[in-house]
Design a protein around this ligand. Structure first.
Ligand code: ATP
Ligand code: MG
Length: 400
């Protein structure tokens, strides 16, 4: 196995902890992704050392969840989540374990983890600790719970969402027993905070193997237990086929709204308790799709779209209109734009005001700037101070 630079740097942390007489391992998603040759997100570390010991050993420590045994250590400009070996005592509220209990061995810690492929640890020399045969399941491409599925999903029903999310990200099938257990515990999803469900659903729709994930999503009728979808079960049948990965949840919300315009974006956003950022993404993609449908791709559309949304816009346009738009074309248009925001205009509100000294400042200034912005973006006017002032003086009708 070839360790990436990312891991080599993180080994220094394991060594440091070991110098103080404690055990430390890489654990969870980073081990899984290393074995799969996937890009690694965060490097998580599990240790026998208590949080206060870690705080003593390292100089830059952020105590994010000491009561759960977790701290973040900064090392060479990277962050590492370091969690003390623990078991979760009880899950009576189905959201957070009632209390955690620190334990002595990595094996005990691995037992509390959700799926076999997420329950492997690796030491600094690359030796695997794999009591649940996660490596074999990785090879076979299977999502399987650690322990009895029914108990594990009951303990924390969010794991149902996590199972379909990993299936969508990794293209894995879900073990038959695990799937049955998911189905029998489905209604417990109602006890989980919507924000946590949203996080998993967002990763689900961004998965490279969304088709595989969607197969299970539909098979167990997950929609019946999710916000807004529960009241509108037909939407799922009207999803684009094939469906492609969408990077932002705003794009997912825009897609659902497009499929059934009677359900407003606001309804989706409120139902899924989305942030303002997601709301903004959804609204701007919705607007872009509307313009694309009527006028095709043009400079004004691309100008109004945030560059982070270019990819999702292209994917949505192709899925919903059966088009063959390339992101290259969107980027070409973006590069050709004379300005990228109103601030780039050669004149500002003050300049406009001075052109009409007899008028009181008011909304008319903004209206003029908006017209100028559009004319410059579409190429009708050159972004030059003299040109813009001349045009404004000779077009008094837009001042109202
Ligand atoms: P990603 O690449 O998306 O971060 P990940 O596997 O690292 O994937 P996380 O949500 O970051 O997923 O969780 C880190 C690890 O913690 C998991 O690999 C798993 O071992 C454990 N874990 C996380 N959530 C749960 C849960 N609800 N129940 C049991 N174990 C969990
Ligand atoms: Mg992670």
């Amino acid at each position: 196995m070839r360790l990436t630079k990312q891991f080599k740097q993180a080994i220094e942390i394991l060594e440091r902890i070991e110098t103080y007489g404690h055990q430390a391992y890489f654990v969870g998603g980073c081990v899984r992704d290393l074995l799969l040759n996937r890009e690694i997100g965060d490097i998580d570390i599990a240790t026998s050392a208590r949080p206060d010991v870690i705080q003593d050993i390292f100089s830059k420590v952020i105590p994010v969840g000491v009561e759960h045994g977790t701290v973040i250590v900064r090392h060479k400009h990277q962050s590492y989540e370091i969690t003390t070996f623990r078991v979760d005592d009880d899950y009576t509220d189905k959201r957070h374990p009632d209390s955690v209990q620190f334990v002595e061995s990595i094996e005990q810690d691995l037992k509390r983890r959700d799926f076999t492929v997420n329950a492997m640890a690796m030491d600094k020399s690359g030796k695997m600790i794999d009591p649940f045969n996660g490596e074999e399941d990785l090879r076979k491409g299977i999502i399987r719970t650690v322990g009895k599925g029914y108990d594990r999903f009951n303990e924390d029903p969010l794991r149902i969402m996590r199972a379909v999310r990993f299936s969508s990200q990794l293209g894995f099938s879900i073990d038959q027993h695990t799937l049955q257990a998911m189905e029998s515990v489905l209604s417990e999803l109602n006890s989980i905070a919507v924000e946590r469900i949203q996080q998993e659903t967002s990763k689900f729709f961004a998965g490279s193997y969304i088709e595989t994930g969607m197969y299970y999503f539909k098979m167990i009728n997950l929609a019946k237990h999710l916000p807004v979808l529960a009241d509108n079960p037909c939407i799922l049948e009207r999803l684009p086929n094939p469906i492609k990965p969408l990077q932002s949840f705003g794009a997912v919300m825009a897609m659902f709204h497009f499929i059934d315009p009677a359900i407003t974006i606001d309804t989706w956003i409120r139902g899924w308790k989305c942030s303002n950022k997601i709301k903004f993404e959804a609204e701007s993609l919705d607007e872009a799709l509307y313009h694309y449908k009527h006028d095709g791709l043009n400079r004004w559309l691309v100008y109004r779209l945030h560059s982070d949304s270019y990819n999702d816009f292209t994917v949505l346009a192709n899925m919903l209109f059966d088009d063959d738009l390339s992101i290259k074309r969107v980027k070409e248009i973006a590069r050709s734009l004379p300005i990228h925001s109103k601030q780039d205009l050669a004149i500002n509100g003050e300049d406009v005001c001075k052109l009409f000294p007899d008028r009181q400042p008011g909304p008319w200034i903004g209206n003029i700037l908006k017209r100028l912005e559009m004319k410059v973006v579409t190429g009708d006017l050159r972004n030059n101070e003299k040109v813009l002032k001349e045009w404004t003086k000779w077009n008094p009708h837009v001042t109202d």
